[in-house]
Design a protein around this ligand. Structure first.
Ligand code: SF4
Length: 283
């Protein structure tokens, strides 16, 4: 679904900046996405390594497992959308095919060779858990599946693009997460706020309607996998304004190449921590 209408930023046109010269940072200024904005708000130095210098890193096993689960749920929901019946054996075979095709090129950082098989089995048990515990009837038709949307945000701002996992009538935006443990509902809402606000803008742009809410569907990788659903209210005008402040900061920061490190606990799982420490003079 693609739309070209303009969303008001709440500012007068004269207050809008002209985009910075894209010569140096053409790729990062081509479009905005939830993952780019989230990375920017977390650590500008990490953003630089990932999106400007484009330093490739091995894929984390948890990320690869999450991608496999997303793919299977996409196939499952796509069949529901088309009114086709669900077949667990077919889905399991599709997991095997996806894995065989993707794993060789994904450069996954398995710690031990046997971890790959365990991760594949775990991905399947998470999908089985979803099929058993999902709140919707398997034959219910979703409003949208893997909805790809882009929208213009106004003069001087690159377009926002994104893919929404699932939309359930009436206008509930659903996002899938895989997690090692049950997330705290308030923290989950806080951590994913930027992403959900981006989806709200995209949904409103594509449909001309306000979303009726969000659901975070967490598939938890405990010994006995389980599903945790967190329901959230629609985006508020304050949250929307915060998102536009973040976009302002993003564009200004890229224009002035403010790649500041933001040291903190999150450095423990940063893909670039060795490089960052060295460049900061810490051996
Ligand atoms: S190690 Fe920390 S400060 Fe450095 S890039 Fe990663 S998140 Fe940022």
């Amino acid at each position: 679904m693609t739309s070209n209408a303009t969303v008001s930023t709440g500012r007068s046109p004269t207050a809008l900046r002209v985009l910075p010269d894209p010569a140096e940072n053409e790729e990062v200024l081509r479009y905005l996405s939830a993952s780019r904005l989230k990375c920017w708000s977390g650590c500008r130095r990490q953003f630089y390594y990932r999106y400007v210098a484009r330093i490739e890193t091995p894929t984390a096993p948890a990320l690869f497992l999450g991608q496999a689960v997303h793919e299977l749920l996409r196939l499952y929901n796509w069949r529901r959308w088309k009114g086709e019946s669900h077949d667990a054996d077919q889905l399991r075979n599709e997991l095997e095919s996806w894995w065989t095709h993707e794993a060789p090129t994904a450069n996954v950082a398995w710690k031990k060779p046997e971890d790959e098989g365990k991760a594949r089995d775990q991905a399947w048990s998470l999908v089985e858990t979803y099929l058993e515990q999902q709140p919707e009837a398997p034959n219910g038709k979703p409003e949208g599946v893997e909805v790809q949307v882009d929208c213009e945000l106004g003069s001087g701002i690159p377009p926002l693009i994104g893919i929404i996992d699932l939309v359930r009538a009436p206008g509930v935006i659903i996002d899938y997460k895989t997690a090692a443990r049950s997330p705290d509902p308030t923290m989950a809402a806080h951590q994913h706020l930027t992403q959900l606000c981006c989806y709200a803008l995209l949904f409103r742009e594509a449909t001309g309607r306000k979303e009726s809410g969000f659901e975070l569907h967490h598939l938890v990788k405990t010994k006995q996998p389980k599903m945790a659903i967190h329901c959230l209210d629609p985006m508020t005008s304050t949250q929307e304004a915060q998102l536009f402040f973040l976009i302002d900061d993003y564009l200004d920061g890229i224009a002035s190449e403010r790649w500041l490190p933001s040291p903190g606990q999150h450095c423990a799982w940063c893909d670039y921590s060795d490089r960052c420490r060295k460049e900061s003079g810490i051996s």
